[in-house]
Design a binder for this molecule. Structure first.
Ligand code: BG6
Ligand code: MG
Length: 223
């Protein structure tokens, strides 16, 4: 039985990958190497510091922890300069309607994101009020694929993991949902997100009825 839906933020509710890319690319250029769009895929769903590690690995560079913290801070300042200008029009198609449908049906809604900028983004797109619970990069210690972010969300909502559905666009996030023992809907391409219980391209035309259709089949993690 579906009692709660837990949403990832970046790539599910908003397309912020383009802003992360601009900011990481600027840092790479400053460090003297090129960062290309294909490599940006590797940073999806990954925490800020882990993203920096991947970037530096691409550039073949090594720095002290202190230097890395300063770089991550600098990247974040540029990233924030973009997201602080976001408007509700940047919400991905169908998302507000689907959230409203869940609310009308009495389904609980949580955010489960790695981003420390989640509160600002939700505020800018005017969707903060839709979430019963927000668990983000500020309140977790373990990054996806660790299930902490989703388990915390379920716990705060007071709903059992098996009655939660996670919406995720990143492989690490789908793994996290499975590790949490939750049903998982992938947002994107089936050939990339094959580990999800099912995959949809986005929320346009998506309804609660379509979400409920595959139930009561057991989620893949139980198979
Ligand atoms: C995830 C994004 O949601 O949040 C990652 O997919 C990002 O690309 C991570 O690195 C951390 O975000 P922030 O906003 O705290 O730097
Ligand atoms: Mg994501």
């Amino acid at each position: 039985m579906i009692e709660a839906c837990i949403f990832d933020l970046d790539g599910v509710i908003v397309d912020t990958a383009k802003y992360h890319f601009i900011a990481w690319k600027a840092l790479a250029e400053e460090l003297g190497f090129e960062f290309i769009l294909d490599d940006n895929e590797r940073l999806k769903g990954v925490s800020r510091m882990k993203s920096l590690d991947i970037l530096l690995e691409i550039g073949g560079l090594q720095f002290s922890e202190q230097q890395k913290l300063a770089m991550a801070e600098k990247k974040n300042m540029l990233y924030v300069s973009y997201i602080e200008k976001m408007t509700p029009e940047e919400t991905l198609p169908g998302v507000p309607e689907f959230l409203q449908e869940l609310r009308n049906k009495g389904i609980k809604i949580a955010l489960g994101s790695a981003s420390k900028n989640s509160p600002m983004i939700l505020d800018r797109i005017q969707l903060s009020g839709m979430f019963d619970v927000v668990v983000d990069g500020n309140s977790i210690t373990e990054a996806k694929p660790n299930p902490e972010v989703f388990l915390k969300g379920a716990e705060k909502l007071g709903i059992l993991p098996e009655n939660c559905v996670v919406f995720e666009d990143a492989i690490a996030g789908i793994e996290a949902a499975r590790n949490a023992g939750m049903y998982c809907v992938g947002i994107g391409k089936p050939e990339i997100l094959g580990m999800a219980d099912f995959v949809i391209p986005g929320f346009e035309e998506f309804t609660f009825e379509k979400l409920e259709a595959p139930f009561p089949f057991p989620p893949k993690w139980k198979a």
